[in-house]
Design a protein around this ligand. Structure first.
Ligand code: BGC
Length: 485
């Protein structure tokens, strides 16, 4: 029986700037991530792989061919891509004075820009980079691909974040990235400027990609793989809180500065992208594992959504929102929820007794695993879609879902089985899922793990940049073309 998706469903792939752009043409070499993956200490202690984005797929130059593949070969009607903050503003924008209001708790609350501020930002911007993003977006539209634009997919300019100084001694620098609220103010400027400059080409925006991953892998990590590689629960929460505030601030900027309709979607639909995974106790008979699994689900899946949708900032993680943790004025809006889903984690309690955030660990995958050692667990996707919709009541896009599969043995099964769960979420649970983006279009730079991890629907030869389809390409093409499974 044919299982049809709703009319107007968006079928796409997702890519991100730092992971896909470099490899041909101008590198983007003034971000924290660039410095992070090139740092010799990081390489020698294996925080990072030693690979560099310079051998990436080169989307910055080769975008036309990639967008053609997305349209003509995959029959997609959308693509999710990101802007690199460091390309647009390689030089500081903190000299552009704007009105940044603080709330009673001294959190940045409202950032107001005027036309003159946009002009001042324009003087600071790299016009070639902005023009290139315009060309990329126009090309997508010409191919009939609705662009979904991510405003922040992780690297931030070095002038805002010195990850090495922070790693070695946070007190030695005032460039502390998301730990500092001034980064929220600069993000407001970036998002105001981008929606002003690109708004005629974009209607669908993601503010922040995965607040939890940036916070966890940067500030709550034993390996120290993401900048600045610290392991401090209080910094994890500060980062998470600031990214949720940053979502709200960006939401307001896009609504204010993008007045153009690039498509029937209307001028701007703006959402947060959260990674929602399935968590379960490693040992179902252990009360400690059950508690820890519930706690991690709360801290990792729920916390950032409660903050963005309800203004609940549970800073002591006791799962009770005291009056001082309620910031309803920070709720600015979220038109849809972007859900990134990959896997399930089996959670174990380590019982060191120091801090629950330092006490969890994930049991290694056994059985049906990907190259990343992640479980293949399609049912989890339906669960998180249903849970998120029941709780937050917004339309949902599956903004990422994909598999690390070097030998091309499981991608087709992974894709089909996860789409089957999306279909069930829509047709049986009534979840308004509006689109699905496979992660990722072509093999790219997998952050601290470099090139050994391959998520791409197309493999990329690192020398010649030639794209070769994996077995999942004809499968995804047929599904997208027929709008049904
Ligand atoms: C991120 C991507 C990443 C993917 C696979 C997601 O958390 O948004 O940038 O490549 O996971 O690890």
């Amino acid at each position: 029986m044919e299982r049809a998706f709703p009319d107007g469903f968006l079928w796409g792939t997702a890519i991100s700037s730092f992971q896909a752009e470099m490899g041909a043409g101008e590198p983007s070499d003034s971000t924290d991530w660039w410095t992070w993956v090139h740092d010799e200490t990081n390489v020698s202690v294996e925080r990072v792989s030693g690979d560099t984005p310079l051998e990436g797929p080169g989307f910055w130059e080769l975008y036309e061919g990639d967008l053609r593949l997305a349209r003509e070969d995959l029959k997609n009607n959308s693509i999710r891509l990101a802007v690199d903050w460091g390309r647009v503003f390689p030089e500081p924008t903190n000299g552009v004075e704007v009105d940044a209001k603080r709330d009673n708790w001294n959190n940045v609350w409202k950032v107001e820009l005027e036309k003159d501020d946009i002009k001042a930002l324009d003087r600071a911007a790299d016009h070639d980079a902005v023009e290139r993003y315009r060309e990329i977006l126009k090309c997508a539209l010409n191919y009939g691909l609705t662009p979904m634009l991510t405003l922040y997919h992780w690297p931030i300019p070095l002038w805002l974040h010195d990850p090495i100084a922070c790693r070695d001694d946070m007190d030695s620098t005032d460039r502390c990235g998301w730990i500092s609220q001034s980064t929220i103010v600069e993000f407001a400027k970036l998002t105001a400027y981008l929606s002003h400059e690109l708004g005629d080409l974009v209607d669908l925006y993601c503010t922040v990609n995965e607040p939890r991953i940036v916070s966890e892998h940067g500030y709550l990590t034993r390996r120290g793989e993401f900048p600045p590689g610290l392991n401090d629960p209080s910094l994890f929460l500060i980062c998470l809180k600031h990214l949720c505030i940053a979502h709200g601030v960006a939401y307001e900027q896009v609504k204010r500065w993008d007045k153009h309709e690039a498509s029937p979607l209307g001028p701007s639909t703006v959402g947060l992208v959260a990674v929602l995974q399935h968590y379960e106790p490693a040992d179902p008979s252990s009360l400690d594992d059950a508690w820890m699994s519930q706690f991690i689900d709360y801290a990792f899946n729920e916390w950032n959504l409660n903050a963005v949708f309800h203004g609940d900032y549970d800073m002591n993680l006791d799962q009770v929102v005291e009056p001082w943790e309620q910031l309803p004025h920070q709720v600015k809006g979220c038109d849809y929820l972007g859900v990134n889903y990959y896997t399930k984690w089996r959670v174990r309690h380590r019982k060191t007794g120091v801090d629950p955030l330092l006490d969890y660990e994930f049991a290694p995958c056994s059985g049906d695993c990907t190259d990343y050692g992640w479980y293949i667990y399609p049912e989890g996707l339906r669960n998180v879609l249903r849970w998120a919709y029941m709780r937050y009541r917004r339309p949902i896009y599956v903004t990422e879902n994909g598999v690390a599969d070097m030998e091309d043995k499981i991608r087709t099964r992974y894709l089909r089985s996860h789409l089957d769960e999306v279909y069930k979420a829509i047709s049986l649970d009534g979840v308004p899922v509006k689109g699905y983006y496979y992660w990722t279009l072509m093999d790219n730079f997998e952050w601290s793990d470099g090139y050994k991890i391959k998520f791409g629907l197309y493999n990329v030869d690192r020398e010649t940049k030639r794209r070769t389809p994996t077995k999942a390409v004809p499968v995804y093409r047929e599904i997208a073309e027929k709008n049904s499974l």
